[in-house]
Design a binder for this molecule. Sequence first.
Ligand code: DAH
Length: 448
Amino acid sequence: MLIHTRFARALSTNPALHMASSLPHPHLLRPPSSHLRSHLLSPFSSRFLSFSSSPSSTVPNPSTKNFKTATAALLEIGGVKIAKEDVVKEDDPTNNVPDTIYSKIGLQLHRRDNHPLGILKNAIYDYFDTSYSAKFVKFDDLCPIVSVKENFDDVLVPADHVSRSYNDTYYVDSQTVLRCHTSAHQAELLRKGHTHILVTGDVYRRDSIDSTHYPVFHQMEGLRLFSSDEWLGSGMDGTSYAATDLKKLLEGLAKHLFGTVEMRWVDTYFPFTNPSFELEIYFQEKWMEVLGCGVTEQEILGRNGRQDHVAWAFGLGLERLAMVLFDIPDIRLFWTNDQRFTSQFSEGKLGVKFKPFSKFPPCYKDMSFWISDAFTENNLCEVVRGLAGDLVEEVQLIDNFTNKKGMTSHCYRIAYRSMERSLTDEEINQLQWNVREAVQDKLKVVLR
Ligand code: DAH
């Protein structure tokens, strides 16, 4: 997967900041597992900041829908009522939202005070409240169904950018998406006159499958405006003033969450900020991106009536921060109702280390097929997840060749593992059989 650098970036590795390190536990997070995801960034980045640059279909693929999961009939989020038919539209070729995704809308893990994501959100709130005497206005209940304009145009994502593709984003219809980042709310909140904002929410991206990637995850967006009297006395220009303030604030946040930790700034690119940075933390012998940020493009401020200001903004991925803080080894665990997981976390207790209650054996199944031009790994993963749900732990490309006739073969290894119980051979054989059939049928590949 990923690495999907949805926003193509110039990734440099200039360390700008180092603090002493005290790093726990190796190997919770892994490097990109396949070359398809090996573009520029670490697994962290792919979630936080990056949007996929993997091969993308520009045409919706309704065939990858799954209609198996039972879901609630009506949801209400931030006062908006959402029926399943509003999101999953079997007959609309511009819709690519499967039932499995609909079933996640409205769960709002980040609003549960005893859930690791809620605990983390509250710890970040505490930091901001202390540093800014509660000036930041917090939103955590904004509806995740947004317009294409809000999700992309309003934050200056170019019209031909890969992140807009049906391969990467869940479209409700041609003008409406499930937000793929919390930046989708920046423009509206600016127009409403806010100057200090934190927006937390579930975000949705079509993606590959492994222990750090899940098609629904959570982000927190921050945005802060400055008026000219704030920077004029400093001797700096507005942009430098905002960038300096931003870096200081986020270094403080990392320290607040992690204690002493080694970190560095990396210059990068986002359409909505200039300059743009990523903050990386050294963890388990690797540098991991934990957030993306920068000085907001003046055009965004101008379009929304704040031309005389400068602003900084950031977006951080809650799952990966929480995986590090709580030692949670697999992103699927955030979604489990198993009490052996949920009972280990309680309100206000940041950094309690998760004690694995079991390690059931994985079951590996390989599948080879001749691909067609339209084949994408994200579509494959959607089919597999549609049938196997959270039993699928990883889908990894292990072989790839093109024969003399120009036909390309892929071999994928699917790892099945339940976090709750042992799987029987019979069950997995049946599941794999169904997966093979569905892959052949829906993705127009030829099994080998
Ligand atoms: N929206 C970016 C993403 O999801 C993250 C991000 C980067 C948000 C920089 C920001 C920002 O507000 O300034 O990949």
